[in-house]
Write a protein that binds this ligand. Structure first.
Ligand code: TRP
Length: 346
């Protein structure tokens, strides 16, 4: 059995167990604050994260700000992006009294775990990571030391709080596998400190961007959760379609038209082909109107709550400050155990 099949099977059995025993689990997940969160994040990970949180699973959400500079030189508008992501977490239903929301750059002991962890992997293992290879190719730049080693840093992100459940998309699986290897090797070498975390693959289909490619801020094809209804309408109006009036669902042949159908389907719970039949030969204009209404209706409650939180920036900063403090305490405790295990507690 190959390792992806094994991971998928574990993911399914863990999913079943979480529903019965939510208190056995701590989820650690999050994202790189490279831009505003969009519908892809919402359906891909955010909704699953909130579902687990509501089940009572202990929740730690990371904003991996050092990971912003893995594939680019500039850190960009990182403060604004962090603030915006916290707003989206709060609006989506993450309760900061029951969750830790933090930025990893603010937690020194987490970062210190990188040193012993680096000793547990070989250069060849790092070079084999398929996600790093893809990201490197997409970045069009030379391989930096951070790019090569960030999956080890990500292992520190997960293990500093002994997270044992990581809801992620498929592209992150190599990193979770490496995290398990690092936990195992550490425990074998120095004594049991770390759990081997499980990946929990999100069942949601990949959300296409408005041009049919993967939804990504850098392609300009993403509907940000923070957009207004008018901005959403304008973006969808500019989406590439074709001049064939009969609307059909054909992702390979008609990527733009099909992406709009999928977007509307996700937001309404309807089926793409049903929606296409409903529109019939009314053309791309009618399709765009339908998709715009679907997205704006679906996001209206989220945007309303987001706007309310945004009116109180002091509160949002407080959530992050408190999250960083609690993450710091967890990291200190774990680093203490690591020092004891390694015999470096002086
Ligand atoms: N690499 C993840 C991404 O690009 C973000 C991330 C950083 C993460 N650290 C993590 C995800 C730890 C899960 C667990 O989306």
């Amino acid at each position: 059995m190959n390792s992806l099949t094994a991971t998928l099977e574990r993911s399914d059995s863990v999913r079943a167990d979480v529903a019965d025993n939510p208190h056995r689990y701590r989820i650690l997940t999050g994202e790189r604050p490279t831009g505003p969160l969009h519908l892809g994040h919402y359906f891909g990970t955010l909704s699953e994260r909130v579902r687990l949180h509501r089940l009572g699973v202990d929740t730690v959400v990371i904003l991996a700000d050092y990971q912003v500079i893995t594939d680019r030189d500039a850190i960009g508008r990182v403060r604004e992006n962090v603030h915006g992501a916290v707003l989206d977490y709060l609006a989506a239903g993450i309760d900061p009294n029951r969750a830790v929301i933090f930025t990893h750059s603010a937690v020194p002991a987490l970062n210190q775990l990188l040193l012993p962890f680096l000793s547990l992997v070989t250069e060849a293992e790092l070079h084999r990571n398929p996600t790093v290879k893809t990201e490197l190719a997409a970045s069009g730049r030379a391989l930096s030391g951070l790019m090569l080693t960030y999956p080890v840093h990500q292992a520190a992100d997960i293990l500093f709080c002994k997270g044992n459940l990581v809801p992620v998309g498929k592209d992150q699986l190599p990193h979770i596998e490496l995290t398990r290897v690092i936990a195992r090797r550490f425990n074998e070498r120095y004594g049991e400190v770390f759990p081997e975390p499980h990946a929990l693959l999100t069942a949601a289909p990949e959300v296409p961007g408005l041009d049919g490619r993967k939804m990504s801020k850098s392609y300009g094809n993403a509907i940000a959760l923070s957009m207004t209804a008018d901005e959403t309408a304008a973006l969808i109006r500019r989406a590439p379609t074709d001049s064939q009036r009969l609307i059909t669902f054909d992702p390979a042949g008609r990527p733009g038209v099909s992406a709009l159908l999928t977007t509307a389907a996700l937001c309404t719970g309807a089926d793409e082909r049903e929606l296409a039949a409903e529109i019939g030969d009314a053309g791309a204009g009618a399709l765009k109107q339908l998709a715009t209404d679907a997205v704006n209706e679906f996001l209206a409650p989220h945007r309303r709550r987001r706007d309310e939180f945004a009116r109180d920036p002091g509160y949002v900063r407080g959530v992050l400050r408190d999250g960083n403090r609690r993450a710091d305490e967890m990291a200190d405790r774990t680093l203490g155990e690591v020092r004891d295990a390694m015999g470096t507690a002086y």
